[in-house]
Design a protein around this ligand. Sequence first.
Ligand SMILES: [Zn+2]
Length: 399
Amino acid sequence: MIRSPGRLLGRIAGIPVHAHWTTALIGAFVWYILATSILPGTEARGTDGALMLLAVLGTAAFLGSILAHELAHAVVARRFGLGVESVSLELLGGIARLDRDPRRPREALGIAAAGPLASIALGAIGIGLTFGLAAVAAPTPLRTLALWLGGANLVLGVFNLLPGLPLDGGRILQALLWGRSGDEHRATVTAARAGRVVGYGLMGYGAAGLFGATPGGLWTLFLGWFIQAAAGAELHNARAMAAVAGVRVGDVMSSPVTCVQDHLTLTALTTELPARLHSTYPVQAFSGRISGMVTIEHLRTPNGVDPDSVSVREVMTPASQLTWATPDEPLVDVLRRAEPTSLGRIFVGHEADLKGLVTPTDLQRAARFAALLRAGRTSATVADPAPSTPVEPTGAGIR
Ligand SMILES: [Zn+2]
């Protein structure tokens, strides 16, 4: 997945607008079909040069309308008090990055619906403009462009309303289910399952298109594959969240924690590791403060590097890149804001006073216990299998 928002283009209503380099691919593709088939397809009155220029304007208007869709999400999110980190254009359209997830179904519904509504409104404007241009007998390519832009926005709006995560329609479905049942994570699980169905459906439609059975094709196949994969990731996260809902960090942390000194060489550390049996070690500076973390993964030295000459300090993840929490914080909240650099580990307390550590193993155990409690202590079966891998922090973003 594309993680960086790309180059900063400027700000609209105070919201930073970025474009990933892959936007250029979409731009080139749209320009190409406009210039070679859509615009000349009508009885062209302009010269070739004028058509090329019109195709450039059309491409800009198309990318601008994707931006408008994302800005609609962002503006509504801001009205509900969420922070908007950026809005960016990329290969698969756009994404609005928010500083957190919505806390109420009403917020989730408003933010999700704003994008498709903006696209449908732009679609209606495009169609209206087509009639207006016809009334004043504007040149045909101009009318064709307005009609194409209107149609593209309508398709964008309606496509995004397909009811499965990660599409806006899936977020709307999730918000409605959440509002009705009050269980946010169960609602996400259902909407993510629906997303997989939508993804597989699109893949089937695209595959049939390759044989000429439908107007679909390779792009629909790819889009379907992307949607089912993203829905799968959402499903995994939602299941993990549902499993630990109501659990506090202090309930699941391992304590006390074995720390290692930052001046140790990797050789010294590896020779001591087998007796210690942990995959994660907080690293302590000479002052006693926690300065970072080493995991088994950190101990692999590149070829040609002598592990005797490298200290723990040189390979560790620094404390500033770790996820820190207090013991009474709900686990779900911490998982949502977890730093990817913390590799699924949560540090409890602060640098001068480490109270405990939550590792992926602790999370799995917590999820199993929570499921047991929900199933009732008398029943030995666990209704909801615990997630086998920790939550992947995806960051709050909406397309
Ligand atoms: Zn959207």
